[in-house]
Design a protein around this ligand. Structure first.
Ligand code: ADP
Length: 347
């Protein structure tokens, strides 16, 4: 291997060296994976093919100035984007160009996710805001002296303002949970006590909805587990509130605690908490997407129930922070079970 070959081979990204005669003098294995095998000695035009990239290489060969451009391709799973740098190199045979390809697909994706998120939040806030503005206008105009209408409209306005308040609250929790995601929780949590407390607190809500709340499973001798108790409380609340909201009159919601034992999905000892309901269930194709922000099976019903579409996204982040796993099992007409597995110790 020549000195030049060994330099190009050591560059930690796809790299191609082009000579003054416009042929490829060297390419590393990452470049062969990206552009095809056997490109060395070929004319760079036949190996690289994308016009903007070819123009940049030609220009750098001509004037020696560094250039940045991009290269778009598909790795068989997804579209990928590379930021490509063309820089002049002095070779024995004359001035050449070193072309390196930096994969920036994840940056592009993060940017797209941020834009989608802002668009979603704006949309979610705009709906109640538009309603509020409409009612304010009506109250100042046509309904000014109509006491009955005023009462009714104020009731609706209170609901809409409540919706905005819940949305902002959930957004703040989500951003706090995301910020902490890499920090290991330092507290100790008595999960059965937390579950019993939340069941007590939500019993009136369940009674209003005609839903029965039950708790079962091992609570005696249950070990304290590592965790953040406010966050684990939020997990239980969100799962219970959903089960109550979506199950409907006459349903039963059961919280089951499973004591410490080896959990293959955690590859260590862990405990489990599951919330099972006898509600309508969820069709299979929705299940993998439920924890996405703002994903709803039936947006009309979720809004009617006061949902923000963020509850399960928050649950997912909290469970991740605890190095746990969330499993969702459901089938239409068969009810739904959310199971949280949590490590008994975090290494
Ligand atoms: P939301 O604020 O809409 O309840 P979540 O993130 O908590 O948002 O839940 C996402 C969606 O998952 C809900 O809109 C609902 O369609 C569905 N879902 C959640 N829990 C249940 C359940 N226990 N039974 C049926 N559907 C559920």
């Amino acid at each position: 291997m020549s000195l030049i070959d060994s330099f190009v081979a050591a560059i930690p990204m796809p790299a191609v060296l082009i000579r003054a005669d416009e042929r490829i003098a060297a390419a590393n294995t990452d470049a062969e994976r990206l552009l095809g095998r056997g490109i060395v000695q070929r004319h760079f035009i036949t190996a690289l093919r994308q016009p903007t990239l070819l123009d940049s290489i030609e220009a750098t060969l001509r004037d020696g100035k560094p250039r940045l451009t991009s290269f778009l391709t598909n790795d068989g799973r997804q579209d990928t984007t590379f930021r490509v740098s063309c820089r002049r190199v002095e070779l024995d045979s004359g001035p050449g160009v070193l072309v390196t390809f930096e994969d920036i697909t994840h940056l592009e994706q993060a940017g797209q996710m941020r834009r989608d998120f802002v668009a979603n939040v704006s949309h979610e806030l705009r709906t109640p805001l538009t309603a509020l503005m409409g009612f304010i206008e009506t109250l100042r105009g046509p309904a000014r002296d109509d006491a009955a209408a005023r009462d009714r409209f104020l009731g609706i306005m209170q609901n809409e303002a409540g919706r905005m308040n819940r949305l902002v609250g959930d957004l703040l929790s989500l951003s706090r949970v995301e910020a902490d995601e890499r920090l290991r929780p330092t507290g100790r949590v008595d999960l059965p006590a937390l579950a019993a407390e939340e069941i007590g607190r939500l019993t009136p809500l369940a009674q209003d909805a005609g839903v029965t709340l039950l708790i079962e499973g091992a609570t005696e001798g249950f070990p304290a587990i590592p965790g953040d108790s406010d966050q684990l409380r939020q997990v239980i609340t969100n799962l219970l509130e959903n089960a109550i909201k979506y199950s409907g009159q006459g349903a039963r919601v059961t919280v089951t605690l499973g004591g410490p034992e080896y959990r293959p999905r955690l590859r260590q000892n862990g405990v489990s908490l599951s919330v099972r309901d006898t509600g309508p269930g969820i069709a299979q194709h929705h299940i993998p997407r439920l924890t996405e922000r703002f994903y709803r099976v039936d947006s009309h019903r979720s809004r009617e129930m006061g949902g923000t579409g963020l509850g399960l996204a928050i649950v997912k982040h909290i469970v991740n922070r605890h190095r746990g796993r969330l499993r969702i099992e459901s089938a239409p007409g068969r009810g739904t079970t959310f199971t949280v597995l949590l490590p008994a110790e975090i290494a």
